[in-house]
Design a protein around this ligand. Structure first.
Ligand code: F0G
Length: 476
């Protein structure tokens, strides 16, 4: 891999050990490789048309660089693979369950741990019990599965992002924060009967992968506890959020990242977690609480839909991989590399004048499709057009996070522009090297240079819930 340098002192200061050298290196060696099939532009034009212009409907083999998601796509370590061989597949009380439970306890600190096959299963169980028709669940920004599970249970999912997040260019270091004044007002107006849970998502995926500060988490906790409302953390990217606190929040410079994680969860009453993100696992998740009676009801549902309480929806080997991954992800050298490698892409895009969400976030780069393609109206899905063009240009698969994902009310079917039209380039953990990222930068720049020729799109067909996964499109 050729050495490419980036001046790590520019813009947001995230000082790290790697500042001694300017070249970012991947802090791991590659032992197993998977070939990438290269396609031509003509082939890709046909393939994306056959997929209804929805990158989710492509065959993965037809993708050159797959930035659709950082979920379940990580490279596991030799330690995790070795642990998988030790997986105990006993139906009840397996050794692997105890390893998993102890790893979760050590970091998250909740009394009750419920394994699930992925994050949304944890959400489904939690909201199935806690949400009543007309319940209100505030969050900094709900991820799409969280919102859909709340709406499916009859509740209202409310986003309360901080005002700094409105300006995609602002360098505010914690743009994932919740607007706690708005939360306090909502809680005073509606009270604990209407608001069964307060949530915060770390990092704020739908809001640009931006972190939430410890001060913000503490304040949400204060408001929730004052009103006797359980406070839950959507913990998918807890390690990345912890490292941002270490690098950006005064007072945490010298705190071990694992202790930052422990402090964050100490302010909460429970969490939902997708182990497919910050646990390097290909599958898995869990639900935690300190409320034993609630956990009993959750386990009853778990047995109905996921499995016995000591494995949830997981094999013993998956439990082992997660137990290893949860500690491995808190390696501070890995986390510094992770944050710097995302920043490398963001900084280069800004140098090219390409509109991108600033400052750089934890797991993904977010292009601002509304400013990239200002001639395309939000209801003609500029993010979808851009995602399609990135695939056609270079076989890079990305996802629209905008009006396709959030613009339709699942109950009324009415459409309106989402807050933003972004295209997310989610970077799988430990999978792609810097030269892959240089290829992606070149692809984005080629699309940027021909942006005025790009057209908007219309939806040909779409389901009622989570339409972005399966909707089909055509050019306008
Ligand atoms: N919460 C957040 C913040 C997420 O990003 C996701 C998944 C989930 C919950 C649900 O977890 O997939 O294990 O059921 N995000 C993936 C993504 C799909 O691409 O961002 P899951």
């Amino acid at each position: 891999m050729r050495a490419v340098t980036v001046n790590v002192h520019r813009r947001v200061r995230d000082p790290s050990a790697s500042e001694i050298m300017k070249t970012i290196i991947e802090p791991f060696r590659i032992k197993v490789v998977e070939p990438i099939k290269l396609t031509t532009r003509d082939e890709r034009e046909q393939l994306i048309e056959a997929a209804g212009y929805n990158p989710f409907l492509l065959r993965a083999d037809d993708v050159i660089i797959d930035l659709l998601t950082d979920s379940g796509t990580s490279a596991m370590s030799s330690e995790a693979w070795a642990a998988m061989m030790r997986g105990d597949e006993s139906y009840a009380g397996a050794r692997s369950w105890y390893r998993f439970r102890d790893a979760v306890n050590d970091i998250f600190g909740f009394e009750q741990v419920i394994p699930t096959h992925q994050g949304r299963a944890a959400e489904h169980i939690l909201f199935g019990i806690m949400v009543q028709p007309d319940s209100i669940i505030p969050n900094n920004t709900h991820f799409d599965t969280t919102r859909a599970n709340i709406e499916f249970s009859g509740g209202n999912a409310i986003d309360l992002p901080c005002s700094e997040a409105e300006d995609l260019d602002s360098e505010y270091p914690f743009k994932g924060n919740m607007d706690t004044a708005a939360l306090e007002k909502l809680v005073a107006e509606k009270g604990p009967v209407r608001i069964p849970i307060i949530m915060v998502t770390i990092t704020n995926n739908s809001g640009g992968g931006q972190p939430v500060s410890m001060a913000n988490i503490r304040e949400i906790s204060r408001i929730a506890r004052g009103a006797n409302i359980p406070f839950y953390i959507d913990a998918c990217r807890f390690a990345e959020n912890s490292q941002f606190i270490k690098r950006r929040e005064p007072g945490y410079e010298n705190t071990a990242t694992i202790d930052i994680a422990r402090e964050m969860f100490s302010y909460a009453d429970g969490c939902t977690m997708s182990a497919k993100k910050d646990a390097f696992a290909n599958i898995g998740g869990f639900l935690c609480t300190n409320d034993a009676a609630l956990a009993q009801r959750e386990r009853n549902l778990l047995i109905l839909t996921e499995g016995f309480p000591t494995y949830g929806g997981l094999a013993g080997r998956d439990l082992e991989a997660i137990a290893v991954g949860l500690h491995e992800v808190l390696d501070e050298h890995y986390l510094d590399y992770r944050l710097l490698s995302i920043r490398y892409v963001v900084e280069h895009l800004r140098e090219l004048g390409i509109p991108v969400v600033a400052p750089s976030g934890g797991h993904a780069v977010y292009l601002d499709a509304r400013r990239f393609l200002p001639h395309i109206e939000p209801l003609q899905y500029p993010g979808q057009s851009l995602a399609v063009e990135l695939y056609v240009e270079a076989g890079v698969r990305t996802v629209e996070i905008g009006t396709v994902m959030f613009g339709a009310d699942s109950r009324t079917g009415e459409e309106c522009a989402a807050r933003f039209d972004l295209v997310r380039l989610a970077i799988p953990r430990r999978v792609y090297t810097q030269s892959h990222m240089d290829y992606v930068l070149e692809a984005i720049n080629l699309v940027w240079e021909r942006r005025s020729d790009i057209r908007g799109m219309r939806i040909v067909r779409a389901p009622q819930f989570l339409r972005h996964f399966t909707a089909e499109f055509d050019w306008i």
